[in-house]
Write a protein that binds this ligand. Structure first.
Ligand SMILES: Nc1nc2c(c(=O)[nH]1)N[C@H]1C(S)=C(S)[C@@H](COP(=O)(O)O)O[C@H]1N2
Ligand SMILES: [Mo]
Length: 263
């Protein structure tokens, strides 16, 4: 973690000092200080990288997404995408009320974890009333309860070379000739450790319903809905997402959506 944090801090400091004079041509100056690999540099030079960097400059590392009051919850949380996984594994886990389900934490960690739902529920929780914005143009305000992802990452002890958290889901979103594709997605460690990033098991005071991702879905409140995988089975710490799916970091990203789906 240390190296990564130092690099990020350098970036934030450089960003803060240079904010008033920030121009697109000035971007190059940051790259040498970041010490980035070619993959990330290429990524940051793309249009989406500019969105990502601009949003980081404006918002900062721990800026909170707006939170609302109970009175603002005017409707049930609209389900979207896959709402009833027809995968056999998922269906049998659901039949047993998820007692056999585990959240696996793997990849670039010192201590891989296999957590039951009870273990997650026993950890400190966070409840937040936030607005969900789908790229399709609709929003919902709902109350989410879950375990801060940062606590799970701390328990697993993230290795310094890790850069992203990859979420692997149980639902097949695409069936085509080249095979079945399960939903997947990734965020960076800044968003993963953000105080509002939770592994949610509760919605509006009740257990998370199947249509919204039971038993566990992530909330990444500063980004769009597609960045919040439902039906999570495994969290993998990686240093690159090049070798997953189409190589763009997520199911919808592989179809052209921005990797950084900032709101
Ligand atoms: N596993 C999985 N996660 C997913 C999806 C999906 O189809 N499968 N759809 C995404 C999209 S586009 C949105 S808007 C939200 C919808 O979450 P909701 O069903 O709780 O409204 O989940 C996201 N996460
Ligand atoms: Mo969405």
């Amino acid at each position: 973690m240390a190296k990564f944090q130092i690099n990020r801090r350098k970036f934030l400091t450089a960003a803060g000092l240079g904010a008033s004079g920030f121009t697109l041509s000035g971007c190059d100056a940051f790259d040498s200080q970041l010490g980035m690999g070619d993959g990330l540099r290429n990524f940051l030079e793309g249009a989406n990288g500019l969105t990502y960097r601009a949003q980081r400059l404006l918002a900062g590392r721990d800026t909170l997404a707006p939170e609302f009051s109970e009175a603002d919850i005017r409707q049930p949380m609209r389900p979207n995408g896959i709402t009833a996984p027809d995968d056999d594994t998922y269906k049998s886990l659901l039949t047993n009320n998820f007692v056999d389900w585990r959240l696996e934490v793997t990849g670039l960690v010192e201590k891989p974890l296999s957590l039951t739902r009870e273990q997650l529920l026993a950890m400190p929780s966070r409840t937040q009333i936030t607005r969900h914005d789908c790229v399709e143009g609709w929003s919902c305000i709902a109350k989410w309860t879950g375990t801060p992802l940062s606590l799970v990452l701390d328990q697993a002890v993230v290795k310094p070379q890790a850069r992203y958290v990859m979420f692997h889901c149980l639902d097949t979103i695409d069936r085509n000739l080249s095979g079945d594709i399960k939903y997947y997605g990734s965020i960076d460690l800044i968003d993963a450790r953000h105080p509002q990033t939770i592994l949610a098991y509760g919605l509006n005071g009740k257990p998370l319903p199947v249509e919204n991702g039971a038993p566990l879905r992530v909330r990444v409140e500063r980004q769009l809905g597609y960045k919040m995988p439902k039906y999570i089975q495994r969290v993998e710490l990686v240093d690159s997402f090049a070798n997953f799916g189409g190589g763009r970091g997520g199911y919808w990203e592989d179809y052209g959506y921005d990797w950084y789906g900032g709101i």
